[in-house]
Design a protein around this ligand. Structure first.
Ligand SMILES: Nc1nc2c(c(=O)[nH]1)N[C@H]1C(S)=C(S)[C@@H](COP(=O)(O)O)O[C@H]1N2
Ligand SMILES: [Mo]
Length: 369
């Protein structure tokens, strides 16, 4: 990851841990990286990511859940508080939604200086078919009072972050929580959730960065004052510790390419045979659509349009492909997507303290020989 001209280690910011940014890999990053895995980019070939290849991000430990005893509590500003077993939830109307999900920290390790956290390159991505019951139905059953302003989701997992002991918690506005496609999901790709993906029940909020999709749900609470907990403030586009920064919400536009040819084991540089090559990948844009994908073989100096293919589902990525006549030499391949609002992926990533919301164009080094 280290590049010539990179600034020296910079430790002016932090969230309570001793580390903030670095130019060398820290053991703390290695511990996170070996627990939390990315999707190998060749898995972009699958419209739905096989469950074992979907990216994974677990802040604390995967909680031990005693499924027969587990119950979801629905409480707070509601007329009828509920306690629902998994069976109760599975008896409610069933719906499914196919969702491309990306971690808000995807691309973090490419920043310079690098914020210290899970050191993703670009592979914190996956698409799954989630099935469960629409959250709206459960909220209607509980009956929100007029005082409810947000819905707070609490996971069973407990840890320390920023010096604060906490269960993982995030909220959604009433408008977001009651969208048709927001699910309390108990299946991923036709199977019960695996422990690491939130068994027995998780929230699925299509279009949002990963952090909104609270796993291992314990409690859903209608609250009367906006929630300002740790996980709401950790996900911000802050320029310094004093800067609040805007909260992250929906995934920004991004294209990724299946690395062509074969990899060099250590450097991952690709070896490609001369001749026609079909470059392929997928692109997504959170709540909006992908309107264009372009390809560059010269590190972004010149671009040509890729062909847009099938969109797997409304909240899922879209296929793209492009023909390339590979001639002997060295190349830096780049894919760049534009969304329906005209927003384009940047070639240089604007920096922020936590390394959030990066969507810099992917670069793949290729040798044609
Ligand atoms: N309870 C709980 N929910 C959580 C998390 C967590 O650590 N605890 N991680 C979040 C983050 S940061 C991401 S990116 C997604 C990852 O979901 P996945 O591991 O199923 O891909 O889950 C989110 N939901
Ligand atoms: Mo994440």
């Amino acid at each position: 990851m280290r590049r010539a001209g990179q600034p020296p280690a910079f430790r002016a910011v932090g969230d309570g841990s001793k580390l903030s940014t670095a130019t060398e890999l820290y053991p703390e990053e290695l511990q996170l990286a070996t627990r939390n895995k990315g999707m190998p980019l060749e898995a972009l070939r699958y419209p739905i990511t096989p469950t074992g290849l979907h990216y994974l991000l677990v802040h604390y430990d995967i909680p031990a859940v005693d499924a027969p005893a587990w119950e979801l509590t629905v409480a707070g500003q509601v007329n009828n508080a509920l306690r629902l077993s998994l069976d109760d939830i599975q008896r409610r109307p069933k719906a499914s939604v196919t969702v491309t999900m990306e971690c808000a920290g995807n691309g973090r390790s490419l920043l310079s200086p690098r914020p210290i956290s899970q050191p993703w390159v670009v592979e914190a991505i996956g698409t799954a078919e989630w099935a469960g019951t629409p959250l709206r139905g459960i909220l209607e059953e509980a009956g929100l009072t007029a005082r409810a302003v947000e819905i707070l989701f609490t996971g069973l997992d407990l840890g320390v972050e920023g010096g604060v002991v906490q269960n993982y918690q995030r909220c959604l506005s009433l408008e977001e929580a009651t969208r048709d496609d927001v699910l309390l999901a108990y299946e991923m790709n036709g199977q019960p959730l695996e422990p690491q993906h939130g068994y027995p029940l998780r929230l699925v909020a299509p279009g949002w960065y990963g952090m909104a999709n609270v796993k291992w749900l314990d409690r859903i609470e209608a609250i009367e004052t906006p929630f300002d907990g740790y996980q709401m403030n950790a996900y911000r586009y802050a320029q310094s510790n004093d800067d609040e920064g805007e909260r992250l919400r929906f995934m920004k536009v991004r294209a990724l390419m299946i690395p062509p040819g074969i990899p060099d084991f250590l450097t991952r540089t690709r070896l490609v045979e001369p001749g026609p090559v079909t470059l392929k990948g997928r692109a997504w844009a959170g709540r909006t659509a992908v309107s264009r994908v372009e390809l560059s073989t010269d590190a972004g100096a010149t671009w040509s349009d890729a062909r847009l293919g099938e969109q797997v589902a409304p909240s899922a990525w879209r296929e793209w492909s492009c023909q390339w006549k590979a001639e002997p030499g060295s190349y830096t391949l780049c894919a760049r997507a534009t969304d329906a609002q005209g927003k384009v992926q940047p070639l240089e990533q604007p920096w922020n303290v936590k390394g959030m919301g990066n969507n810099m164009v992917q670069r793949i080094e290729v040798v044609v020989a």
